[in-house]
Write a protein of this length. Structure first.
Length: 104
């Protein structure tokens, strides 16, 4: 059984027992998080597609770790003018463990 959920503007295919990195979620490590925006659920050959979401289906996950992604370097330069600027950015991310996909 798998489901497709929407979080942080992205869509993820999840299964029970799967460890997944998603954009930052609020909550402490070890806390439970419920994804209610489920787009699709499939079990064996039966597939249910939402319009846009499926009512009554929830994906329960446990927050494993709050972390940052890899550094992205932004470098600006204009030739022959002596202009250079270097900045960086690290996106906040959350590791979650999918515990179950439930009805209701």
């Amino acid at each position: 059984m798998y489901a497709i959920i929407k979080t942080g503007g992205y869509q993820f295919k999840v299964e029970q027992g799967m460890k997944l990195m998603v954009p930052r979620l609020t909550g402490e490590e070890g806390a439970a998080h419920v994804f209610e925006e489920v787009l699709l659920v499939a079990k064996d050959d039966k597939v249910v597609v939402g319009h846009p979401f499926i009512d009554g289906i929830k994906v329960v996950a446990k927050i494993v770790e709050q972390t940052k992604g890899p550094k992205v370097v932004i470098f600006k330069r204009k030739r022959r003018k002596g202009y250079q600027r270097k900045t960086g950015h690290r996106q906040h991310q959350t590791w979650v463990l999918i515990e179950k996909i439930t009805k209701g």
